[in-house]
Design a protein around this ligand. Structure first.
Ligand SMILES: Nc1ncnc2c1ncn2[C@@H]1O[C@H](COP(=O)(O)OP(=O)(O)O)[C@@H](O)[C@H]1O
Ligand SMILES: CCCC(=O)OP(=O)(O)O
Length: 363
């Protein structure tokens, strides 16, 4: 069997994670951290293109790796138009939509842009995204919000949800399509999804203010009260957006998005920290309950994943409220780099169909 070299890129709000895989094995894994101060100078997330691209190139060079030897590049994709789960070749329409922040701003918009640009230096010039945050498999009833001007949309950690779902199914010797799962990604944002036989039929919009609060996001807030703040004359749109997306949740209550730091504070007797962390777990558990109803009570497993799933304090607090519904399994961390690499490998080995974003959108 041929050996393949794959570069994977996962831009996040505070870091850019990259890895080079030789077939299934990571040979380089690097997290390039970005300070708030560094990023503050950029008006839009897409303005960070050159900054992050150059850091990636420097890092690859420092590791003594020649980018021209790559077989393909796969990135975490961004806020595109809603599309089915799968692997997509980066094409012109996708680049336009990413540059235009079609569905909003998120660091993952940079993934496709940078991967496409770097692929110009490799012989087969192939760059892909896989399972972007806009993967949309909602069933129709879940799209109805309560007002036709604001339909519900699917924005969640699709890449990690799908990777963890497949890994769990494999561990049972089953196919993902045979299982009903509730998967909870506990990261900077939190998404709780009902996976029915391989399809995410409902999920809270983990970015724009639905579901539980998270380290950086407010989650669902009372709509009329937020409208009053908007029209109070005291806040700009960007300030309100920041309350909902960048500095809500744990940051707003405790001044940090780090659950590691919050655990340290709890261990030294900080009751407020415990109260707020418990409330976050309570809201997560309530969302799990809602997804159990979506699945008609037929739930094979509840899976907790993402960085915060390393915290046994958090997983225990959630477990104690939801374990009557189904067995709870824990897959700590996010497996996004590996998921991207394995998707690239499936393409190179001819095991996966590459989808066309432009064709899909133009029907
Ligand atoms: N070992 C750990 N114990 C507790 N919390 C952790 C641990 N590792 C990471 N976290 C927390 O996970 C969160 C980040 O999760 P992650 O999935 O990396 O986020 P992102 O969505 O930004 O990729 C932070 O709150 C961080 O403090
Ligand atoms: C919920 C969409 C993806 C997302 O928010 O990712 P992060 O939590 O990594 O910002």
């Amino acid at each position: 069997m041929n050996d393949y070299l794959i570069l994977v890129i996962n831009p996040g709000s505070t870091s850019t994670k990259i890895a080079i895989y030789k077939n299934e094995k990571p040979i380089i894994v690097e997290t390039i951290k970005h300070t708030m101060k560094e990023l503050l100078g950029f008006k839009r997330v897409t303005d960070q293109f050159n900054f992050r691209k150059e850091l990636i190139l420097e890092q690859i060079k420092r590791c003594g790796f020649d980018i021209e030897t790559l077989d393909c590049i796969v990135a975490r994709g961004g806020l595109l138009r809603p599309i089915p789960s799968g692997i997509y070749e980066i094409d012109n329409l996708m680049l336009e939509d990413l540059n235009a922040n079609y569905l909003g701003e998120h660091a993952s918009n940079l993934g496709g842009l940078i991967a496409y640009d770097l692929a110009k230096s490799i012989p087969i010039r192939k760059a892909y995204i896989a399972d972007p945050v806009v993967v949309d498999e909602l069933w129709d009833i879940a799209r109805i919000s309560g007002h036709p001007k604001i339909p519900r949309v699917s924005i969640f950690h699709a890449l990690n949800h799908k990777a963890v779902a497949r890994a769990y199914a494999n561990s049972l010797g089953k196919d993902y399509n045979q299982l009903n799962l509730i998967i909870v990604h506990l990261g900077g944002g939190i998404s709780v999804a009902a996976h029915k036989e391989g399809r995410v039929i409902d999920v809270n919009n983990g970015l724009n203010g639905e579901g539980p609060f998270s380290p950086e996001r407010s989650g669902g807030l009372t709509t009329l009260d937020i409208s009053k703040l908007c029209f109070s004359g005291n806040y700009s749109f960007n300030e309100i957006k920041q309350m909902i997306v960048g500095s809500g949740g744990l940051i707003a209550y405790l001044g940090t998005n780090s659950v590691i730091e919050i655990e340290e504070r709890i261990n030294s007797g900080d009751n407020k920290a415990l109260e707020v962390l418990e409330a976050m777990c309570y809201q997560v558990a309530k969302e799990v309950g809602a997804m159990a109803v979506v699945l008609g009570g037929e739930v094979d497993s509840i899976i907790l994943t993402g960085g915060i799933a390393y915290s046994s304090l958090v997983t225990d607090l959630i477990k104690k409220r939801v374990s009557f519904l189904a067995p709870v399994n824990i897959y700590p961390g996010e497996n996004e780099l590996e998921a991207l690499a394995l998707n690239g490998l499936r393409v190179l080995r001819g095991e996966a169909r590459v989808l066309s974003y432009s064709k899909l959108i133009s029907g």
